[in-house]
Design a protein around this ligand. Sequence first.
Ligand SMILES: *Cc1c(COP(=O)(O)O)cnc(C)c1O
Length: 472
Amino acid sequence: MDWDEFADWGGKIARRGAAYHKTLRDRPVRAAVKPGEIIAQLPASPPETGCAMAEILEDFERIVMPGLTHWQHPRFFAYFPANAAPPSMLAEMMVTTLAPQCMLWQTSPAATEMETRMLDWLRQAIGLPEGFAGVIQDSASSATLAAVLVMRERALTWQGNVRGLAGGPVPRIYCSTEVHTSIDRAIWVAGIGQENLVKVPTVPGDPMRRMDTEALRARIAEDRANGLLPAGLIGVTGATGMGACDDIAALAEIAAAEGLYLHVDAAWAGAAMICPEFRTLWAGVEQADSVVFNPHKWLGAQFDCSAHFIRDPDALRQTLAIRPEYLKTHAHRDVTDYSEWSVPLGRRFRALKLWFLIRAYGLDGLREMIRNHVAWSRALCNRLREQPGIEITSEPVLSLFTFRPKGASNEAVQALVEAINSDGRIYLTQTNLEGRITIRFQAGAFGMEAADAEMAFHTILDLLSKTGGTQS
Ligand SMILES: *Cc1c(COP(=O)(O)O)cnc(C)c1O
């Protein structure tokens, strides 16, 4: 392919992308294909000869498009969002065409220095104090893994990487029962073992499902008495199920008293902290050792872009930095090499989309989006509450609440979710609260408008009456 052809196709793809987004509301949100339908259309062996780009793009339209769930759809209310704002897409197009590798300062100084500045912009935007350094990780899972590795190495006085864990003291990590599975996996990958992740119950009847800090203290004391090694504590702000928020100030107090490293997972909810009125949800966060939130969820910097703030980057570097001769930067010794702050060596230029995004909308523009989502979600929750056949099972935490048809069996709730999603107008998912399947609603799509919440209301009532509501 020559570069004139490239420019031609690039223009066509950008126009196709714009047309797609302008007509997104006309498509069903969830892909309506059966398992195996897409792979059956892809030849089993690679072609020996090349073909024209026109042919590839025709096949793309025919084979791939029907198999996509439309995450940027304004009525995507499932999971959490994975927003891509248009300026962020343009930045990613730019990065894709330049294709730099940004593992060290010298492999692309602008990428490193842009990342330092953008993470400090984000730090200020979410109200974290000075003294937190930031780095972009590929995912919150990776940020949490890095935090768990630091917990382990600190507790083992930096000997874990040298000797391995066999035969030594056993590090223990504490979190609530509400946390994301990425915490479990970080514990597995760090070699600490599931049995040493202590899941502390939440306060009975607490609508925010905070970790029971009395139970936490008791577990730590018991572990010390048994010769185990308490190493770290993971708090959550806005857990995935129904948005549980730990009392971060209380966790920070315990972490300080016990000498534990405190990591806060605010992967979804952190974006809302650009609005000062929501910061009470994580009061005390300024005392954490590290915090992660995903601008690639709610904020609009498309995947992947996870912001990881660390109070003591030296501890992170001491855990993860490795410097063979071929990676040494001889000419400049006082520069940041972000590959020393994360598990992968190679890094994309991910800070550029933050620069485009934040400059294009300003923090005020992004705050308006978040505030709208929260307001629309609360209003919808209140309207559903007034319906005689509907029970609100958890109150809105930011823009997330859960509900279920009154008196329905779990099977009936699941069938209702399936019926709503097959209808195509909206897309929702379910969660399990104390053994009861309930329906999750979160508002967060970048292109969402008030009318989309209205459509959600009517779709839910429509399908509720069609499926017979409470009948199981
Ligand atoms: C989404 C989410 C994660 C995982 O985020 P990734 O970036 O996909 O790894 C972790 N914790 C919480 C609370 C989340 O909502």
